[in-house]
Design a protein around this ligand. Structure first.
Ligand SMILES: [Zn+2]
Length: 209
């Protein structure tokens, strides 16, 4: 809004809609999503749930309700970058980076990563798509999706591997999110065939009478 209408436009909008002012936004520390550098670890997704849905988070101040876990893929520029907060290389695929040392602590490990991606026989790839996991509440306000995970894929993943990621996200929500916010009622993805197979493995595994 500031780029379109300038400071006065932001002021008018904040007054009209009851939004926080620019000075309030600047003074508050933004909550940051922790991305997954290789295959997503339970602790990474758990940390994000604690950040955005923990007992001190804005979301936990609302009455408990049902929630939906939404998963979709976003196209990525295929390149690596330095994640300053963790001093790790970000942007490689989750399927093939598990055995690589992605820390930026020494030149040897960095050169091994370069060889794995750009060598004569590549064993790892840049992420072509970011798989984003977000949770939204079933209520009449503050129901927007809030991310709890981001992980890169080279699109070689099969349904069982995606099912493992899905199970991890659900288990972490049950531990860190459900006590303060409410249960997951629904898991939602688009029609991607890998997503559909993963959902089948996780959500159709038990027969209820
Ligand atoms: Zn790959």
């Amino acid at each position: 809004m500031k780029h379109i209408a300038g400071r006065k436009g932001v002021y008018a909008l904040s007054k009209a809609l009851g939004l926080p002012s620019m000075s309030t936004i600047r003074a508050s520390k933004p909550l940051r999503l922790l991305p997954s550098f290789a295959a997503p670890k339970p602790a990474e997704i758990g940390a994000n749930i604690c950040t955005f849905f923990g007992p001190d988070s804005p979301n936990s101040k609302f009455p408990t309700s049902g929630h939906v876990l939404m998963i979709d893929g976003l196209h990525l520029s295929q390149r690596a970058c330095w994640h300053r907060a963790s001093n790790q290389i970000l942007g490689l695929c989750r399927e093939h980076s598990e055995t690589l040392d992605l820390s930026m602590n020494n030149m040897d490990s960095v050169l091994k990563v370069v060889d794995a991606v750009h060598g004569e026989a590549p064993t790892c790839h840049y992420g072509r798509e970011a798989t984003v996991l977000a949770v939204g509440a079933f209520r009449n306000s503050n129901y927007h999706g809030v991310p709890i995970g981001q992980t890169q894929t080279c699109k070689s993943e099969k349904g069982p591997a995606f099912a493992a990621l899905l199970r991890t996200a659900i288990e972490q929500w049950e531990v860190h999110g459900e006590p303060h916010n409410g249960p997951l009622f629904l898991v939602s993805t688009d029609g991607d065939s890998v997503f559909r197979e993963g959902l089948f493995h996780v959500l159709m595994s038990q027969r209820h009478s």
